[in-house]
Write a new protein. Structure first.
Length: 228
């Protein structure tokens, strides 16, 4: 009996591992131009090359990163609500096509705001180091807002403006979940870039999407329970 339970545990773990690796691989595949540019940025030798690559990433992100990430959130959503036996490639492609325009519109608004935030960070923190912590807090909030935007897009049938506003309100109205998403994502980032870099290609994106949507879904369930 113990051996049988161990075998079932190993099998279950293997199945989930394959799900995460497969979803992350699809996400990276749909982000190939940005992955290529990111690798180029690590290898650039001049400031001009760095600027050109960064500008290209900013231009392409709404068209590539946002739709690909929304599709990944759509797949993860199915797992969390109990539909674990979905066809991975077909489901990913379905969410990609269905939410492309909404994701693109979100990216066209969010990416310029992020650029402004990053530029302000480097400009103002040179003059005052205490401002660093303020910008880090704003960055954390912005990250969680984006995660909520992806979750809202695949989970709720809302108008674009309503979804955007809902994402903002969830980010400031549920500090426990906001901190939870930030901490989980920070831990995954740290392990991926400082401890086990191969995780970037095996599951970093899918793990962050899973944690983010799981906590988002918990907050939505709590809100629904309070209304009843």
């Amino acid at each position: 009996m113990e051996t049988s339970g161990l075998v079932r545990g190993i099998y279950g773990f293997s199945v989930w591992l394959i799900r995460f690796i497969g979803t992350n691989a699809l996400w990276l595949l749909f982000n190939i131009p940005l992955v290529y540019l990111a690798l180029n940025i690590l290898a650039v030798q001049t400031t001009d090359q760095l600027i050109i690559n960064l500008i290209t990433v900013v231009i392409l992100a709404p068209f590539i990163f946002f739709p690909a990430t929304t599709a990944m959130f759509g797949v993860v959503r199915q797992w969390i609500i109990g539909n674990t036996e979905i066809a991975l490639i077909r489901s990913y492609w379905k969410y990609y096509k269905e939410n492309y325009i909404r994701s693109l519109l979100g990216g066209l608004i969010i990416v310029p705001l992020l650029v402004i935030l990053v530029v302000d960070y480097f400009y103002f923190t040179k003059a005052s180091s205490p401002l660093t912590y303020i910008f880090l807090f704003i960055g954390m909030f912005a990250f969680v807002f984006i995660m909520h935007f992806f979750s809202n897009t695949v989970h709720l049938d809302l108008k674009f403006y309503t979804s955007f506003k809902n994402s903002f309100l969830l980010s400031i109205g549920n500090p426990v979940y906001t901190i939870g998403i930030s901490v989980c994502s920070a831990v995954i980032f740290y392990i991926s870039f400082q401890v086990y870099s191969v995780l970037i290609f095996l599951g970093t994106g899918a793990l962050i999407a899973f944690c983010s949507f799981f906590l988002y879904y918990k907050s939505q369930t709590k809100l629904m329970d309070q209304k009843l």
